[in-house]
Design a protein around this ligand. Structure first.
Ligand code: ZN
Length: 234
């Protein structure tokens, strides 16, 4: 078993950065392929989730062994032709435009992937690990949860921590974020009234995107990794 929390980005993924178990990444790559084939974008609203933290706006309460808790699930809206298809539209399969139907059908026909619309949750995709291998789910759960906690607890990350910094729910916190914010402010970016508070919130994400764009960094994704840190002079 390899269990490790990773970030995932790819050509068709927009919205919130995806956090996933390393063993779910090949499935996310497949989902990206299916989306590319059908010319649509996956607008992610949620991926790996800390246990017991309520999700804003969600109607469906997490199942006891939710695949979100081990980083094997995403919640998404689908964007095509400038229109965003959310829970209401995705729940009415027959009314969906053909490319979205084709995308969902490919997910349904995949030997492992599941579309949540088949169990009342049309924004959800996972690999059903909780059902077909509950013992592996139980092995992964404490590892992914401790990594998620490590990501979000205040002050536990040093200034030179190698982790990626980006917008999450709950917000990432730490001294490594504070030094990035101080550099951004030093370069004239506005972080709002909170300033360099060590929380990676929306204003910080917006400033990072502007900075990356200004510096011609690739990709412009609002995620602070080695390249962005170097460009900031860290
Ligand atoms: Zn879900």
């Amino acid at each position: 078993m390899a269990t490790e929390l990773k970030t995932f980005t790819d050509s068709q993924f927009i919205g919130k950065p995806v956090l996933a178990d390393i063993e779910f990444i090949p499935h996310l790559e497949k989902i990206n392929d299916f989306a590319a084939t059908n010319g649509l974008k996956i607008f992610v609203t949620s991926s790996a989730r800390p246990w017991g933290v309520p999700v804003g706006g969600a109607i469906v309460s997490p199942a006891k062994m939710s695949n979100h808790l081990i980083g094997h699930a995403i919640d998404m809206n689908i964007q095509i032709g400038g229109k965003l298809y959310t829970s209401n539209e995705l729940g009415d399969f027959n009314s969906l435009p053909p490319p979205i139907k084709a995308f969902i059908t490919t997910i349904r026909n995949h030997p492992v992937l599941r579309w949540g619309g088949d169990f009342g949750d049309p924004v959800h995709i996972d690999d059903g690990l909780n059902l077909h291998n509950p013992n592996l789910w139980k092995d992964k759960f404490p590892i992914i949860q401790s990594e998620l906690t490590g990501l979000t607890q205040p002050g536990i990350r040093a200034v030179n921590s190698p982790r990626l910094l980006f917008l999450t729910t709950p917000l990432m916190k730490g001294d490594d974020i504070k030094v990035v914010q101080e550099k951004l402010i030093g370069k004239g970016f506005d972080l709002g009234i909170t300033g360099a508070d060590g929380f990676f919130g929306q204003a910080t994400a917006n400033a990072v995107i502007k900075f990356q764009d200004q510096e011609d960094l690739d990709p412009v994704d609002g995620i602070v990794g080695d390249k962005t840190k170097k460009a900031l002079g860290l």
